[in-house]
Design a protein around this ligand. Structure first.
Ligand SMILES: Nc1ncnc2c1ncn2[C@@H]1O[C@H](COP(=O)(O)OP(=O)(O)O)[C@@H](O)[C@H]1O
Ligand SMILES: [Mg+2]
Length: 334
């Protein structure tokens, strides 16, 4: 029997944004994503973490079809998303849902919760009559912890807290039983006290429906929480490239790439014994180089505490250092 193709596959993706250089100058390119490959299977949790500006949102948006690749391919169930038939494209749009960072701007302020959540249900023929819609929307509200649903059905976004608004956004994303949810910084704009609640909700829904997740965050603490609890893979991105990817437990407890080591050692550890034992690594520089002009060789060499002359000249390949645990660093390649 032929193997089922992965849910999503990204092959050597590049996304360059053209920008004008000076008043008379030509065009330069921001290399937001610069050669990324990854595979997402059904039910996978894939956590993508990296500092602001490293290309996470661009990568996520390209996977869900909102940004055109400069080169490379995005395959949905083995088919290039730019070459889907109309029917396949509709299936893809329904099955790949997005949760954005800002729950306020992603909800229409003039629509009630009921109207917002009814829309996808009607659009995809999941419920039609008002009775069915009320029942289904109420069920969704309960699923995302907005209980009792009657208290929320006819509220407008401004009558809800940030955390409640994000729960409505989550309800909208799961309403159509998607195969993949791309959650781009879903807790960044939410009160610190409510963040864990939203992450737990996402993980709970993942277990219940076996939805695949692409969870994007710049916050290593959040990445660690999500990946440690949910499992799956963590990928670390730096200046448009994935520099390390592997099983969550492995990447958290035994990171390979110096960049990951630095970032993981900067996340506060609640256990004082553990934090004393951890050697704190320091970056050589805090400046992130421009993605318009990434450093030659390994892009991390200008900040890496272990940088050698070779690192300034040659780009290290992403190699499998341990089982399913990959890193792009000359410490592990030769
Ligand atoms: N539409 C755009 N036009 C030009 N540059 C962009 C655009 N969107 C993002 N960028 C640039 O691309 C790089 C990656 O951005 P982004 O994908 O938003 O990263 P992240 O989500 O990791 O913060 C940044 O340097 C950003 O300024
Ligand atoms: Mg972003």
């Amino acid at each position: 029997m032929p193997l089922e193709p992965p849910l999503m596959e990204v092959r050597n993706l590049r996304v360059y944004y053209p920008v004008r250089k000076g008043m008379f100058g030509g065009v330069a390119y921001v290399k937001a994503v610069d050669g990324v490959s990854l595979v997402l299977n059904r039910g996978d949790i894939f956590t993508l973490v990296g500092e602001s500006g490293c290309g996470k949102t661009t990568l996520g948006k390209t996977i869900v079809g909102l940004v055109k690749p400069t080169s490379g391919e995005i395959l949905y169930k083995g088919k290039n998303i730019l070459k889907l038939s109309k029917r396949e494209y509709l299936e893809y749009r329904r099955n790949v849902q997005i949760i954005h960072q800002d729950p306020f701007s992603s909800l229409n302020p003039t629509k009630t919760v009921f109207q917002t959540l009814s829309f996808p249900l009607k659009r995809w023929g999941i419920a039609r009559s008002r009775r069915d819609l009320i029942e289904k929307v109420s069920e969704l509200l309960s699923l995302v912890g907005l209980k009792p649903p009657e208290d929320f059905l006819f509220k407008y976004p401004h009558q809800l807290s940030g955390g409640q608004r994000q729960r409505v956004v989550v309800a909208r994303a799961i309403s159509v039983n998607p195969e993949l949810i791309m959650a781009d910084e879903p807790i960044t704009m939410i009160d610190v006290s409510l963040r864990i609640g939203i992450l737990d909700l996402l993980l709970d829904l993942q277990k219940r429906f076996n939805t695949a997740y692409l969870f994007i965050t710049h916050d290593f603490g959040a990445a660690r929480y999500f990946a440690a609890k949910g499992g799956g893979l963590i990928a670390v991105m730096y200046l448009g490239k994935i520099v390390e990817v592997g099983p969550a437990e492995d990447v958290i407890h035994d990171p390979l790439h110096p960049y990951t080591k630095v970032l993981m050692s900067a996340v506060p550890v609640p256990d004082p014994e553990l934090s004393r034992k951890k050697k704190l690594l320091k970056l050589k520089s805090l400046d992130i180089p421009s993605p318009m002009n990434p450093p030659p060789g390994c892009r991390f060499n200008t900040r890496c505490p272990f940088s050698k002359p070779k690192c300034e000249r040659e780009e290290p390949p992403l190699i499998e250092v341990r089982k399913k645990h990959w890193a792009a660093c000359w410490l592990y390649a030769s």
